[in-house]
Design a protein. Structure first.
Length: 277
């Protein structure tokens, strides 16, 4: 389990709990081959599940890991569809109706999100859908972070490729500049900071390479600038003083305007249009 994975799962658990109102939401990232450790819990009444290691194929979460798709039960203790390796810790928490959604990035399971009721009731489609959406958003965040990490890892220390690392710093400064503009109350100064960020974005773009692009709203570009440096929705929200759901809304709007289906496509299109460095 990497610190980035654990932090991303924590954010997804908090978001899922807030959007569904489920009594308990929990999850964890992989801590070794074919096993995960539950580390993030909201709404728990005991510590029975905290730190629990779930192995692939065992229990509901292990089944979701093995299948690579969501799994749920409406009466955990009586279900014949799962093994019952973890009945004691689940029973101490009093959980009966549970959904488990695997987090899959590049065909590899990176963790599992769970949502649960303490009643033997079927989970509504809205709740299952929200859990799946939270997992999909988390997968996108991790995929973007992976690509950024891989790009930096390919840069040998002191090699001629070092300017690429400095360009990452330019992108970080660009994002900071846009965030700073939103904190300035004086409108003329705010506009100057925004124009400066646009000059910075276009500085490395050859005029012959420029492609006309759509006009993004300032907040859409603010969000995209943080996505471009590998930030998750929650991290972008923290930098910009917004709610994660608001960040998600701006991001989706920017993706739609850029005719993009993924975060990475949106960043690429914005750079091609000279909107991002």
């Amino acid at each position: 389990m990497t610190r980035d994975d654990a932090g991303a799962v924590r954010t997804a658990v908090l978001t899922l709990h807030r959007t569904t109102g489920l009594p308990m939401v929990f999850g964890g990232a992989l801590s070794g081959q074919d096993r995960l450790r539950i580390t993030e819990l909201v709404g728990n009444t005991t510590d029975s599940l905290n730190g629990l290691v779930v192995r692939q194929g065992n229990g509901l979460g292990g089944k979701a890991m093995a299948m690579g798709r969501p799994a749920w039960v409406s009466n955990y203790p009586c279900s014949a569809a799962i093994s019952h390796d973890y009945d004691k810790p689940v029973g101490r928490e009093g959980l009966l109706s549970i959904v488990a959604v695997p987090i899959v990035v590049r065909r590899r399971v990176r963790g599992v999100l769970y949502g649960a009721l303490r009643e033997p009731l079927g989970l509504a489609d809205r709740v299952v859908g929200a859990a799946v959406q939270a997992a999909r958003d988390l997968e996108q965040d991790l995929a973007v972070q992976d690509r950024a990490d891989e790009a930096l890892a390919r840069l040998p220390p002191g090699s001629p490729a070092a300017p690429a690392a400095r360009w990452e710093e330019v992108r970080a400064v660009h994002a900071e500049l846009r965030a700073l503009a939103e904190e300035v109350r004086d409108l003329p100064t705010r506009d100057r900071l925004r124009r400066a960020s646009l000059r910075l974005a276009a500085a490395g773009l050859d005029a012959s390479d420029a492609a006309p692009g759509p006009v993004l709203a300032p907040r859409e570009l603010d969000v995209l600038s943080y996505v471009a440096i590998g930030c998750t929705n929650a991290e972008a929200a923290e930098h910009l003083g917004l709610l994660p759901e608001t960040v998600k809304s701006y991001l989706r709007s920017a993706m739609r305007k850029l005719d993009s289906h993924t975060r990475l496509e949106a960043v690429t299109a914005a750079r091609r249009a000279g909107l991002l460095p």
